[in-house]
Design a protein around this ligand. Structure first.
Ligand code: CS2
Length: 477
């Protein structure tokens, strides 16, 4: 019978594995997190783990908005899981920061009770771009199915935004005070966008609540960074061997990890800086630099690498022509659109990113990065492209990964497959209608107004450069 990681077995975990450096029984929940996927567990939870050694007020209640998988894996382990950091050598750490794991649809009232508890003062969020229910204009999409349900039944929410508004409504009504709500997703100006969505849903039901939220609740912007491949059976086997017992859901990341949080809060918050978080008023520069350089390059590698038959980031980076193209695009097309954060040399930052992409210890699947392209491309590549258009700079290289995404969709549909994307059904229909010719195919893609703003889709310089890129890839595919 396999022995599983748990509080009772923790003392028997191999000595080479770091364990919680604090008594978990003394830890209170001070943070509610929405979206406890692998990235939350390797990133925010790792920083909180460092904090708990000196301040036990900041335990995490993890809330899944849909899946029961994490709850099913972690509850039998008393919330414990293993984090493997892979670089030249691999280090292992058992994380104890998750004090409770809830599945919102099963128990909405308990989620709201945790959000309304006086000791809860921070909410952190990793629900990916699609979890914010935003339209192309950056406003809350009031026609979104989850938002329509929340408008009908605000007391029993479905969406992240619905939970936040109902919790803030109850906190205000009971005099419990505001929250600091920290988006940790890869959106440009994530905190600002989240604040706008929360205020818009609140406004729809209670103007005074919307005004209170605007005055009292803090939505700091953040930049988050650590390359986090999905958990594999190989990782599970390696962790079981190192621990000397089974962890149902270990997680892995590269050694590099960075969190930049805007210096803005509503009430008492953790001493983030003591855990190595960069707390600054310059978050916008960090945010754009990372999203456009790292994530823009990542998505470009994903679609161009998959077209070339590669499976992982390291394989794509070993393709000398592709690696050279990516480096040139970063230096000549993305870098000119950026303002360097104070103290950061962007040319060195690019070299550091490319070195991270070469990390042989990380098997990062291009297919994983390729998910949700309709949500990612606007922040990662189209914003850069529009800035270059506006400045009269060339956009031909930037059009290549956009065209590659379109071919990725087309080829998947030709194989009878849908891509992983909130627009999967629509993209499949477009893909099935493609003829592998720009003249026939591009108007269908450019008609996706939640991806391509009409002003961009109608721009002749853009559409002709994109057509050249698309037909150029068609010739080569
Ligand atoms: C990746 C990101 O899957 C993806 O879209 O580009 O998860 C990337 O690994 C992180 O943003 C790195 O910080």
């Amino acid at each position: 019978m396999a022995e599983f990681l748990s509080q009772a077995n923790l003392a028997r975990v191999s000595r080479e594995v770091r364990r919680p450096a604090y008594d978990r029984r003394t830890v209170d929940i001070g943070i509610v997190h929405f979206g406890p996927g692998a990235f939350h567990r390797v990133h925010q939870a790792w920083f909180v783990e460092k904090l708990l050694a000196s301040d036990p007020r900041w335990g995490i209640c993890a809330v899944s908005l849909r899946s029961t998988d994490l709850r099913d894996a972690l509850v039998p382990q008393d919330g414990l899981y293993t984090l493997a950091a892979l670089d030249g050598s691999t280090s292992y750490q058992v994380i104890g920061a998750l004090k409770q794991t809830l599945v919102a649809p099963e128990d909405p009232e308990t989620v709201l009770e945790q959000l309304c508890a006086p000791r809860t003062r921070v909410v952190t969020i990793t629900v990916t771009e699609k979890g914010y229910c935003l339209g192309a204009d950056g406003n809350l999409d009031m026609a979104h199915g989850d938002i329509r349900r929340d408008l009908r039944s605000p007391h029993s929410p479905t969406s992240l935004i619905g939970y936040l508004v109902e919790a803030l409504k109850r906190r205000r009504a009971n005099g419990i005070g505001p929250l600091t709500i920290v988006s940790c997703d890869n959106l440009v100006d994530n905190g600002t966008r989240l604040a706008r969505a929360v205020q818009q849903l609140a406004e729809a039901g209670d103007r005074n609540l919307a005004r209170w939220i605007e005055e009292k609740v803090a939505f700091p912007r953040t930049m988050v960074d650590s390359i986090t491949p999905a958990t594999t059976d190989a990782l599970r086997d390696r962790v079981a061997e190192v621990l000397g017992m089974t962890d149902r859901w270990p997680v892995q990341r590269e050694g590099f990890v960075q969190w930049v949080i805007e210096d803005r809060s509503a009430a008492d918050i953790p001493d983030w800086a003591s855990a190595g978080v960069i707390v600054t008023d310059d978050v916008e520069a960090y945010d754009r630099a990372k999203l456009r350089l790292l994530n823009g390059a990542h998505s470009s590698l994903a679609y161009l690498g998959l077209l070339a038959g590669h499976e992982t980031v390291t394989q794509a980076m070993e393709d000398m022509d592709l690696a050279a193209f990516i480096a040139t695009m970063m230096e000549r097309d993305i870098l000119p659109t950026l303002k360097a954060p104070r103290g950061l040399d962007l040319a060195l930052y690019i070299q550091a990113i490319l070195k991270r992409f070469h990390n042989p210890a990380i098997r990062h699947a291009l297919a994983q990065i390729a998910w949700d392209g309709s949500q990612k491309l606007p922040f990662r590549l189209l914003g850069t492209l529009q800035d270059n258009l506006q400045a009269g700079r060339p956009i031909d290289r930037l059009c290549v990964p956009i065209a590659a995404w379109m071919h990725f969709v087309r080829r998947k549909a030709a194989d009878g497959e849908q891509v992983v994307d909130p627009l999967a059904r629509r993209l499949y229909d477009i893909g099935r209608s493609c003829q592998n010719r720009a003249a026939a195919d591009l108007p269908m893609f450019l008609g996706l107004d939640t991806v391509f703003a009409p002003s961009l889709a109608g721009n002749e310089i853009f559409s002709s450069a994109l057509a050249r890129a698309y037909d150029g890839l068609a010739a080569g595919s």
